[in-house]
Design a protein around this ligand. Structure first.
Ligand code: SF4
Ligand code: SF4
Length: 376
């Protein structure tokens, strides 16, 4: 399948769709290395697609190159990111760049973020501009970590959050706009988010409870912070017309109350919320390394390798991109004798895997990634 799709791409057949399909196949079947082998010596085919006239083809090509993590792709993706005039494609280049060791581009990434921060936010550019800034911020925070906010003076520009009683949000927003007409504000569940040119007006507002400074990398948090993650999950399920009954496991009174709040006055997800969730899902899915379902048909392994256990740690490691997130699972829960390094490559498991995963190759990569800890 993967060979067929790649040949069609090389022949210029349904390129945009096939790029998308091939991404899905390597994600589901863990065949990244197989595709990398097929591509060897033909990398320019993908690089050339970054100059395609079709913006979605450029976008899919960049994402696939990011999935493949071939270091020779990084420079062309960065170049394409800089040159592409279509703003909606930009964040895909940045998603792809996040899969490489992009440290040499850190200065350029910071400069780009600083330049975007000066751009005027309009109704037309807001969505994609914010998305691009969010991705740039994530790239910076991923390498440098978050940093505490420093107060740098009353006359400086800030991204802030004014916490207030939900019923006072509009009042706070209106007062702010009167006192600081250049502010860009957004009403959120717990208050008002704003980008302001100074802080001198703050004493004139009496209805806010707390002023928070937005930490870099968090400034474009898009979901309503007043609502729980579970409420979004349940509203997503309840927004599908074919769902008749929703089951939710609850273990605390707080969870019961939260669920009741969600359903007493149920509102389906808006298109905007649905799109935001889709974007988050796409981002997380793109990080999963193989489609191991944990079915355990491959077990037991004659060499004692806990195959699904290794893949679970590996996928979580890449999904959350932090070693701390899997440290306990990798160092304590998964015994040394169960680790990927013990695989003797007999192939028994691959014949049994319903997902047709390249288990042996993937296990080599698991051990390498967790040993090297690129996301330490
Ligand atoms: S190939 Fe490796 S993981 Fe699979 S059964 Fe053989 S030893 Fe176990
Ligand atoms: S059979 Fe395949 S999908 Fe199932 S646990 Fe093993 S590796 Fe994962």
């Amino acid at each position: 399948m993967i060979q067929e799709l790649w040949e069609q791409i090389q022949n210029g057949q349904e390129v945009r769709q096939n790029l998308s399909k091939i991404r899905q196949v390597i994600k589901d079947n863990g065949e990244r290395r197989k595709l990398s082998a097929l591509l060897e010596g033909e990398e320019t085919v993908l690089i050339d697609l970054l100059r395609s006239e079709d913006a979605k083809t450029r976008k899919n090509a960049a994402l696939l190159m990011g999935d493949l993590r071939n270091p020779s792709f990084l420079a062309p993706i960065w170049k394409a990111y800089q040159e592409d005039g279509q703003r909606f494609v930009k964040s895909s280049y940045l998603s792809a760049i996040g899969n490489f060791d992009y440290r040499e581009y850190m200065d350029a990434i910071k400069e780009q973020l600083a330049a975007l921060e000066k751009e005027e936010v309009t109704e037309e550019n807001q969505k994609h501009l914010m998305e691009e800034m969010r991705k740039l911020s994530f790239l910076i925070v991923h390498i440098e970590g978050g940093s505490a906010h420093k107060f740098i003076g009353w006359d400086k520009a800030y991204d802030i959050f004014l916490i207030t009683n939900r019923n006072y949000r509009e009042l706070v927003g209106n007062e702010l706009m009167e006192l600081e007409p250049k502010a860009k504000i957004k009403l959120m569940g717990a208050g008002v988010m704003a980008r302001v040119t100074n802080l001198n007006w703050i004493k004139g507002i009496r209805t806010y409870q707390e002023l928070l400074f937005v930490v870099r990398g968090m400034e474009t948090s898009e979901m309503d912070p007043d609502k729980s993650i579970a409420s979004y999950a349940l509203r997503w399920v309840g927004s599908h017309s074919n769902v008749k009954v929703i089951l939710s496991g609850m273990s605390t009174m707080q969870q019961v109350e939260d669920n009741l709040k969600t359903f007493i006055d149920f509102s389906p997800l808006s298109d905007e919320e649905e799109n935001k969730i889709k974007a988050i899902v796409e981002e997380l899915r793109s990080r999963v390394q193989n489609g191991c379902t944990g079915c355990r048909y491959c077990m037991p392994c004659p060499a004692g390798v806990n195959i699904p256990g290794n893949f679970q740690v590996w996928n979580r490691y890449h999904m959350y991109r932090t070693y701390d997130h899997v440290k306990g699972a990798w160092e304590k829960e998964l015994k040394d004798e169960e680790k990927a390094k013990n695989c003797i490559k007999c192939g028994k498991c691959e014949a049994l895997c319903p997902q047709k995963l390249s288990i042996r190759d993937n296990l080599v990569q698991v051990q390498k990634d967790l040993d090297e800890r690129i996301f330490a």
